[in-house]
Design a protein around this ligand. Structure first.
Ligand code: ZN
Ligand code: MN
Length: 438
């Protein structure tokens, strides 16, 4: 039997707002002493009231717009109820039936279209660490991360291999970085990835089961997870078994996924509208203002770098991987125009010499290229001597040239240039050669 992998993806992106989602605690918590960025709201104490962070909501809308979503004019928060020690309130403030954005898409280089089901706003949880203290196994809770704004982006199950998933994730990372709403630093957990994988005999029909793999923090691990799962499920199906509907984790050391919990039925989160936060209404004008405020995204920049500066696609691709590097290139290109330095030379120098844009001024790059292109002064006597030496050492070439084989001049030119050992104007040398051969 031939099976097609059916893969969907949920991604959580942590926003880099100054304050948290529903209180004024600093959201810049990474590496800070435990429980120093907390208040009654993010500790979930009774009676504390959440106040939504407007900037976070706008940024969430920008992510949704960049992913071609339709923005809901009417949106609200809901309580997602579940019990876990890292969630002090016993519920997470999230969005259920009226997310910020719906029905978006991302087009991959292959032309494959990935539909985005929803983009919604929610809050992060606290962090549990399992340790041994005085010989006893304990779980410690740090609430610094509690209520930091998270954007959750959910795709339809439109992927069929790990390659496309990786491309989608890379593009998503570029989008949030270009929007400057998240550092998307994988190692700090700014982007957490959850693929769901199943195999179907008909790519258009969803299988009866779905395996979710939770909280992966590296693109490479996602790739490994997906390939491992495809293999594992294929073996079960070939034996006539149906893989279990379950949640699994990825063990990088062993290079495999392991079962975390088997779902008998869908989780019952008993969603209901968050009574402490009024629904949000966005006017058309506010939405179009945000749409117009979107910066040029990487895809557009690549196209513009190719057309405006005549760069090869590969150079445009490299220079736009970091928005600051792209800006550095453009500043250098502008200065280069006054010094007759070509855009391509500038792109080549920045890429090949791995110029550090943080430590270099654009004018320095132009100066360097000008210096490299500068021709050495040529002493006419020295040049004449070199030409005569080469001609006397290459009598056969001279005879060939004189009998009409004019292409031999290029060989003699090369020899003379090497003899001179300097960077000189080739046309001048060629003319002297021709004159001497007369
Ligand atoms: Zn707080
Ligand atoms: Mn979520």
């Amino acid at each position: 039997m031939k099976y097609t992998p059916i893969i969907g993806l949920e991604v959580h992106v942590e926003l880099k707002t100054k304050s948290k989602m529903f209180c004024s605690c600093s959201a810049d918590y990474f590496g800070k002493p435990p429980n120093t960025h907390t208040c009654p709201v993010c500790l979930g104490l009774p009676g504390a009231l959440p106040v939504p962070n407007k900037k976070a909501l706008e940024w969430c809308m920008m992510v949704a717009l960049a992913l071609n979503c339709r923005i809901s004019e009417f949106s609200k928060f809901d309580r997602k109820n579940y019990f876990y020690p890292d969630l002090p309130k016993g519920y997470q403030i999230s969005q259920y039936d009226l997310p910020v954005g719906i029905n978006g898409h991302m087009k991959l280089a292959s032309g494959n279209l990935i539909r985005i089901r929803r983009v919604h706003m929610e809050e992060d949880t606290g962090k549990l660490t399992h340790q041994t203290v005085n010989g006893a196994a304990v779980s410690l809770i740090d609430f610094n991360r509690s209520s930091v704004p998270l954007v959750e982006i959910v795709t339809e199950p439109d992927f069929h291999d790990a390659e496309d998933v990786k491309e989608y994730l890379q593009n998503l990372q570029y989008i949030v970085r270009y929007l400057e709403v998240s550092n998307a630093d994988m190692e700090k957990g700014d982007m957490r990835l959850e693929p769901n994988i199943s195999l179907s005999t008909d790519p258009k029909v969803l299988p009866s089961y779905k395996v979710e793999v939770k909280n992966i923090n590296s693109f490479r691990f996602v790739e490994k997870t997906i390939n491992f799962e495809i293999d594992r499920q294929l073996k079960l199906l070939d034996k006539g078994e149906t893989p279990l509907q379950e949640t699994r984790g990825w063990n990088e050391n062993k290079g495999l996924t392991y079962s975390q919990r088997v779902k008998e039925e869908a989780n019952d989160y008993r969603y209901f509208p968050e009574p402490d936060i009024p629904p949000m209404i966005w006017t058309d004008r506010e939405i179009s203002r945000l749409r117009e405020s979107l910066p040029e995204l990487r895809d557009e920049k690549i196209v513009r770098f190719s057309t405006e500066y005549g760069l090869p696609h590969q150079d445009a691709d490299i220079l736009t991987r970091d928005k600051n590097l792209a800006n550095f290139f453009e500043e250098t290109a502008k200065i280069g125009i006054d010094h007759n330095v070509s855009h391509r030379d500038i792109a080549n120098t920045i890429i090949n010499q791995k110029i550090d844009y943080e430590k270099t001024h654009p004018a320095e790059v132009v100066k360097q290229i000008v210096a490299e292109n500068k021709l050495d002064e040529l002493n006419p006597e020295e040049l004449q001597r070199a030409v005569e030496k080469i001609l006397s050492e290459n009598q056969k070439a001279v005879t060939d040239y004189k009998s009409g084989k004019e292409s031999v001049i290029m060989f003699l030119l090369g020899q003379t240039m090497r003899q001179l050992g300097k960077k000189v104007d080739a046309n001048t040398v060629k003319q002297i050669l021709i004159d001497t051969l007369k």
